[in-house]
Design a binder for this molecule. Structure first.
Ligand SMILES: *Cc1c(COP(=O)(O)O)cnc(C)c1O
Length: 377
């Protein structure tokens, strides 16, 4: 059996190596390493894959910058409050503080790991200037509720789709669409292990609004759309041409990569069905799941023992995330205390993500689950 990896980038790369080599050669001979055709074409092609509607895609340096660019384009700064989930990657919250605004943290739902919409509504004040839901692990937050909160209070949404590219929300009231297109902006990351990963850092901001797209583009490009004309304070945040060319090779395969992840997730679901002490990922009725992570809840308090045991069987696992945002030293200044977010505190102690990628075989998954059963009993 092949070595089991958390993410198998090499296996995936082996299947597309000739196309990647060709793309790299193309950029080398173009001598265009920043901007140019590769970046423009990638932006167009990604827009086409995300939706049939016209999507404006602004490529940038990484998913953290994408969030910052979106917040800046919405004019967020000193004195403003931005509501974010407490159970997420640090980026989502970090950028709010970087801009001098205040992150207002709210808890998540225990079953879907996504932002608690009642808690969002309770956290709104006259200073709330944005809500940033994260479609965690690849499944959409409750966009139906979030859209109605957004409309009722006239507060824009910025969706962190770093883990959920191409996941689709659709509820019984007929609200439907791809994640990232509900809010004013969606933001995403092409970090190598993401579902659409490049071979370095990369990210993008997406929007259906042409005016907002222009603002974001300007901010990402030193505050100007014309060389040496700087109209606002901006950043230097670019996706380089090599990464764009590499992403253009992977993009047509993205739907296939997602299907492979979904198949692997279904196999895990089946294999784990009767295992005690394990809750498999809960599927929302109103969202597809692109399985950036396959995250269990170990409900008998043995998460760390299970993770250690699996490692002895040669099986890596991940804990996303071992702390709520409020438990990090960096965010002490926000004044939250232990017990303020009971669900995320509980989740940080019992979540365990199993190996999940496009190359996972049934044989490997059977071995993973058999080993897990040995570790938990
Ligand atoms: C990966 C990730 C980011 C940040 O992306 P980078 O490209 O690493 O800056 C932001 N939010 C979430 C939820 C992520 O998973």
């Amino acid at each position: 059996m092949e070595e089991i990896k958390m993410v198998d980038l090499k296996g995936l790369m082996n299947r597309i190596k000739p196309e990647i080599d060709e793309a790299i050669d193309r950029v080398l001979s173009s001598e265009r390493f920043i901007g140019g055709e590769e970046v423009q074409e990638f932006a167009k092609e990604l827009g086409g894959v995300i939706s049939e509607e016209e999507v404006f895609v602004i490529p940038c340096a990484n998913g953290t910058d994408a969030l910052q660019i979106a917040l800046m384009a919405m004019g967020i700064g000193h004195g403003d409050e931005v509501i974010t989930p407490n159970f997420t990657f640090i980026s989502t919250v970090e950028v709010v503080s970087m801009l001098g605004a205040t992150p207002v943290l709210v808890d998540v739902y225990e079953d879907t790991f996504n932002i608690d919409c009642e808690a969002v509504e309770n956290a709104i004040t006259e200073n709330t200037k944005a809500i940033v839901p994260v479609h965690l692990f690849g499944q959409c937050a409750d966009m139906g509720k979030l859209m109605s909160i957004s409309k009722k209070h006239n507060i824009p949404l910025i969706e962190d789709t770093a883990q959920s590219l191409l996941s689709v929300y659709c509820n019984e009231k007929g609200l439907s669409g791809t994640s990232g297109l509900f809010g004013s902006f969606g933001t995403t990351s092409f970090f190598p292990s993401k579902n659409l990963g490049c071979l370095g850092d990369g990210g993008a901001v997406i929007t259906l609004d042409e005016t907002l797209a222009k603002k974001a583009k300007q901010i990402a490009n030193h505050g100007g759309l014309v060389k040496y004309e700087h109209d606002v304070i901006g950043m230097n945040s670019r996706l380089d041409s090599l990464q764009a060319a590499i992403l253009r090779v992977k993009l047509p395969h993205l739907a296939g990569y997602i299907s492979k992840r979904q198949e692997a997730a279904c196999r895990y679901d089946e294999l784990l069905e009767d295992v005690e002490g394990v809750e498999t990922p809960v599927r929302s009725d109103s969202s597809t799941h692109v399985f950036h992570q396959y995250t269990l809840r170990i409900t008998n308090g043995m998460r760390d023992e299970v993770a250690r045991g699996l490692l002895e069987f040669g099986i890596p696992t991940g804990v996303y995330y071992p702390k709520g945002i409020h438990e990090h030293k960096a965010f002490k200044g926000l004044g939250y205390k232990k017990g303020d977010f009971p669900i995320s505190e509980k989740l940080s102690k019992n979540v365990l993500s199993l190996p999940m990628h496009t190359e996972l075989s049934r044989e490997q998954q059977i071995y993973i689950v058999e080993s897990l059963v040995k570790c938990i009993s």
